[in-house]
Design a protein around this ligand. Structure first.
Ligand code: ADP
Ligand code: ADP
Length: 230
């Protein structure tokens, strides 16, 4: 079973034109792919459909075998727990410590403080920020802040990691470091999909590319098997 499957997905916003048009693709478990396309091509919409932040007008979206668009709202918190999300503007709280920012998903999920503390340390370690617990994100550089956002996204040990323009505000060198971090999560089995318009960077890195053009998907294909087709 693939980690993600889009089956003939179209999305129209009320009063708007079609943001996605008959999009079908699969992401195999443990796969690493980029999602590219011009501004307004539908990248954010595609990501939101996987979290039930939007619903398709047509077609179906599956994550880990579950149909997301028909999922009951009571199931959505469980869905979101297995999907980590990194945003461009990282959405950190500047009136909280790094520790509190990273621990937030665990507290929402009801972890005990001792287990939460262990996981926060592991997550900070995985992004090279061990020892930053008591710092305030506002004191950190842009690259460090983005790492805190990534630590928060992975602290639940998600099977699927989504990122929406995670290097949008970073210079090329820092962007490459952040992308290497995402690759390390893939190496421990996480499925990773990164929306970006940084074409130069992703051409250097290789990997499968899903290209959106005005809502239509073109797949660069993948060098390895992306799972059986239905
Ligand atoms: P991208 O992330 O590639 O920039 P989006 O998914 O944000 O693309 O947007 C795709 C299209 O859908 C754009 O034309 C955008 O204006 C439109 N759109 C996105 N969100 C909404 C919304 N909430 N209401 C109406 N139109 C929207
Ligand atoms: P364990 O519970 O196996 O001891 P940890 O809680 O120490 O593992 O977490 C190891 C770190 O690996 C996580 O904090 C996280 O940074 C990273 N990670 C994220 N997602 C996954 C995943 N799906 N599988 C394995 N490691 C992950």
């Amino acid at each position: 079973m693939p980690m993600v499957r889009f089956d003939g997905v179209s999305k129209s916003y009320p009063g708007g034109k079609e943001a996605l048009s008959k999009v079908s693709f699969e992401l195999a478990r443990g796969e690493f792919a980029f999602l590219t396309g011009h501004s307004g091509a539908g990248k954010s919409t595609l990501l939101k459909l996987m979290l039930q932040m939007e619903r398709p007008s047509k077609g179906q979206v599956f994550v880990d075998g579950d149909c997301v668009n028909t999922m009951k709202s009571s199931q959505v918190p469980f869905l979101r727990r297995k999907v980590g999300v990194v945003f461009q503007n990282h959405q950190l709280l500047f009136d909280r410590t790094v520790y509190d920012n990273v621990a937030m998903p665990l507290l929402i999920a009801g972890y005990q403080p001792a287990e939460a503390a262990r996981r926060v340390r592991a997550a900070l370690d995985s992004v090279g920020l061990l020892g930053f617990e008591r710092r305030n994100p506002i004191e950190l550089s842009g690259g460090e802040q983005q790492r805190v956002g990534i630590a928060r996204a992975v602290v639940n040990k998600p099977q699927l990691l989504l990122a929406d323009e995670p290097t949008g505000n970073l210079d090329p060198e820092l962007s490459e470091e952040i992308m290497k971090l995402f690759l390390r999560f893939q190496q421990v089995g996480v499925t990773v999909l990164i929306a970006t318009h940084d074409i130069a960077l992703i051409e250097r890195m290789g990997h499968r590319r899903l290209i959106l053009d005005h809502g239509t998907l073109h797949d660069s294909g993948t060098l390895h098997d992306s799972g059986p087709r239905a």
